[in-house]
Design a protein around this ligand. Structure first.
Ligand code: DCP
Ligand code: MG
Ligand code: MG
Length: 607
């Protein structure tokens, strides 16, 4: 064992008043996919059940595990050990994803940071909640569930009591998940994420385990492979194995200096700390993913038409995910894994480009894509494919992937003026058709993504992306939409800004409306535009310089006149009675915080 590390660890253990200040819970759902199926069909509970994806059992219920059915077993092997195994196809992840989101939502009701990890795991940082509860606790707190090992002495920082309270919170959380959704779960409770996650399956299913900091090194030494440590990936594992460091115990014993010869200094220290159960990574509140993607892997595909079929199937599934998410995509990435038959190797390549928001429409609050829109997306996908593959030569693919990698935000609050304007989304849609992804070499923004970042439904957006608009275009759009270049990036402002139509654009909209049979082009909730002649009237107003006698000088009349009557009246009333709403003359981002969606902030004078 590295004495230096252990020494410093044990000396700080006694010296520092609050050495283990955090309280972390890790919750993992028992046999997740299988439980979703058993909740859906309770008769499955009493029989051994396997969830099948292609030729693999991705998970099984605990009944099947008694027979030796393991995760990722081949179907043939699983049926050998358990001939009665009932198989349910689990390739459609929709219901699993929905259940996962519901569990996340339940955990959020404690108002603590919750970090979602994959489909069935969540970290919850209950530090503040525990501090609150401590205030009203006078005596003896007992632990709920199992303990890895009873402590030999009390830790002066008081973490034992805090972790005991955390174990009670974990029980409450698991109980609520069970009561509301019917899932049994396991929990691990510790002073950091590493130990909470690793101790979680110590007693399973449907149970929980708490570990105290002093037992971190002992517990870690029981792990057979360094790969069991969550943040140690395959490359680090390989590098460690090449130095004959195979078990976590080996890692504890190797000196820091030896590790530093093979890893950066920071990495070496991190590895040593991990080996003794020390980890200070924070629980990061999970937001919405920065990209939504799907991949399909297969043995080999070498024909373009088959690639197209696979992309079409992926696109259908991806559109379901995007609809659930609700945001409007503005960028699409295509990923291929190419097999080099000569070298017996494979590598990933990605290309992406912008897609026009006009492909997506909002019908009754739901994001939809018409058949024409889907065809347009397929055209874009195949153009990107053509950029990635030299079709004059044979190709061999083992994976195709699709991901939407950037989104406009939809603001859906009732008070959101942006939301109100979105009822007229068809206006933007018509205008945005011009901005469609054009894959001709001169006008298309392409990027070759880094291969490592082409993961499915990745939560990070590490790729080097093309700038959303070319500089010249940005300037033009910023001008047209009355926002500065920097503000163009703000999706909500772009939407409102889209109403700043010049008379030519309005003519175009009007023409398109008159010619279009698409019912979606008829605005629903915009009183001034309930019929087409009203639109023409608006155009007339614009052509004549507007009818906004009451407008302050900084207001753009074209913008004002493009607004529905109701909104114009609302603005006029506000300008007449400024005390009712402060005009944000400075920054629209910072002023008028109490009314973040007030219309007035969109009428900021140009500097
Ligand atoms: N899963 C998958 N492919 C894998 C591993 C898991 O598709 N290689 C899916 C199926 C699981 C779900 O992810 O149900 C959650 O994975 P877990 O490792 O948590 O396994 P389970 O929840 O199924 O079982 P356990 O009770 O051991 O947590
Ligand atoms: Mg699980
Ligand atoms: Mg899991």
């Amino acid at each position: 064992m590295d004495d230096r590390i252990m020494e410093s660890s044990s000396s700080t253990f006694t010296d520092v008043a609050s050495e283990h200040p955090k309280s972390i819970i890790h919750i993992d759902i028992d046999c997740f996919y299988a439980q979703v199926e058993m909740i859906r069909k309770p008769e499955l509970r009493s029989q051994p059940l396997g969830i099948q994806q292609k030729n693999i059992v991705v998970t099984s219920n605990y009944e099947a595990r008694k027979y030796g059915v393991k995760k990722c077993m081949l179907i043939t092997d699983a049926l050998k050990v358990c001939p009665n195994l009932k198989l349910v196809n689990g390739e459609d992840l929709h219901d699993y994803r929905t259940a996962s989101n519901k569990i996340f939502a339940v955990l959020q009701t404690w108002k603590c940071p919750v970090e979602k990890l994959g489909m069935d795991e969540n970290y919850i940082d209950v530090t503040n909640l525990v501090q609150e509860r401590l205030k009203s606790i006078n005596s003896g707190v007992t632990v709920a569930g199992h303990v890895f090992s009873e402590p030999s002495m009390d830790c002066p920082c008081g973490c034992h009591t805090r972790l005991k309270i955390s174990s009670q919170v974990a029980t409450e959380m698991r109980q609520k998940i069970y009561n509301e959704l019917g899932f049994t779960t396991c929990a691990g409770i510790a002073h950091n994420k590493l130990l909470a996650k690793l101790i979680c399956p110590f007693h399973k299913p449907n149970d929980q385990t708490t570990i105290y900091p002093e037992h971190g090194p002992l517990f870690m030494s029981t792990l057979q492979s360094v790969r069991s440590i969550p943040s140690i990936g395959s490359k680090t594992t390989e590098a460690l194995i090449s130095q004959k460091i195979i078990t976590v115990s080996d890692l504890q014993k190797v000196s820091l200096d030896v590790l530093k010869k093979h890893f950066s200094s920071d990495m070496a220290v991190r590895l040593k700390n991990l080996s003794i159960g020390e980890d200070n990574t924070p629980v990061k509140q999970t937001g919405r993913p920065q990209s939504i993607g799907l991949e399909d892997s297969f043995k080999t595909v070498s024909v373009k038409s088959e690639v197209e079929e696979r992309f079409a199937a992926l696109l259908q599934r991806l559109l379901v995910l995007v609809r659930e998410d609700g945001r409007i995509p503005v960028s699409l990435r295509v990923t291929l894994r190419k097999k080099d038959v000569k070298r017996l190797s494979s590598h990933r390549e990605s290309r992406q480009c912008q897609v026009s928001p006009s492909i997506f429409t909002i019908n009754n609050g739901t994001l939809t894509v018409t058949e024409a829109g889907q065809n347009k997306l397929m055209t874009i996908i195949m153009r990107l494919f053509n950029k990635l593959i030299d079709l004059t030569k044979p190709f061999h693919l083992t994976l195709v992937g699709l991901a939407f990698t950037k989104f406009q935000e939809r603001m859906t609050g009732r008070s959101s003026i942006v939301n109100y304007l979105m009822n007229d989304i068809s206006v933007q849609s018509v205008l945005n058709i011009q901005n469609d992804c054009d894959t001709s070499a001169s006008s298309m923004d392409y990027s070759a993504a880094s291969p490592s970042s082409s993961t499915t439904t990745d939560l990070s957006d590490a790729e080097v992306e093309p700038s959303p608009k070319k500089p010249k275009k940005v300037g033009l759009i910023a001008k047209r939409r009355c926002f500065s270049k920097e503000e163009v990036a703000s999706p909500s402002k772009l939407r409102v800004g889209d109403l700043r139509l010049n008379s030519k654009e309005l003519e175009k909209v009007s023409e398109l409306r008159l010619n279009s049979r698409d019912r979606s082009l008829t605005p629903r909730a915009s009183p001034a535009k309930d019929n087409l002649s009203d639109t023409s009237d608006t155009m007339k107003d614009v052509a004549e310089g507007g009818n906004c006698e009451d407008c302050p000088s900084y207001v753009d009349r074209e913008v004002f006149n493009a607004l529905p009557d109701e909104m114009q009246q609302e603005l006029k009333a506000m300008w007449k009675n400024p005390s009712s709403s402060e005009v944000p003359r400075s920054s629209p981002r910072t002023s008028n915080r109490s009314k973040p969606n007030t219309l007035l902030k969109y009428f900021v004078p140009h500097k």
